[in-house]
Design a protein around this ligand. Structure first.
Ligand SMILES: [Zn+2]
Length: 162
């Protein structure tokens, strides 16, 4: 017997950054500053990420590319790994991500790659509390996701290893 199931999730779409709460605007503004310090000489695609921790501190990261391409790392993982190394076990409340290109205007929200979704899901599963995800390009609308798990349905986590 086959049963069919539907997986869906809700997002909020804001027309512009100014419609977000002041806290979320601030979190995104930190990501924008981090984005401008990205090291992306090969793709010219600059990404910034900011991580809001339970203690109120914001940790930032940006993409760090490498002449040996796979040796580089995305902004999201730079940020969450830094947060995890500085404050082991500290819960993550939200992550803001913004992308801009030197070659064209990114006017739609840029989403994290599959590797970063998996990396962030490790922290969300560990803390057993959802992490809010805010996505923005350089300009335009902002997407708010309630949980990383929404972006990685049927995800793999440590429960399968036990
Ligand atoms: Zn990534």
């Amino acid at each position: 017997m086959v049963s069919q199931k539907k997986i869906s999730f809700d997002i909020k779409v804001y027309d512009s950054l100014s419609e977000l709460s002041s806290g979320d605007q601030n979190l995104m503004s930190v990501a924008v500053k981090a984005r401008k310090r990205a090291y992306a000489p090969y793709s010219s695609f600059n990404v910034g990420a900011s991580v809001l921790l339970e203690n109120g501190e914001i940790i930032e990261g940006n993409n760090q590319e490498n002449a040996s391409y796979p040796s580089g790392l995305c902004a999201e993982r730079v940020a969450v790994f830094y947060a995890g190394s500085k404050y082991p076990g500290m819960k993550i409340k939200a992550i803001a991500i913004t992308a801009a290109s030197l070659n064209h205007e990114v006017n739609e929200p840029a989403a994290p790659c599959g590797n970063c979704r998996q990396a962030i899901s490790e922290y969300e599963f560990r803390q057993q509390e959802p992490i809010k995800i805010l996505l923005m390009g350089e300009t335009g609308s902002v997407i708010e996701c309630n949980s990383l798990a929404d972006l990685l349905p049927l995800g793999f986590n440590s429960s399968f290893l036990n």
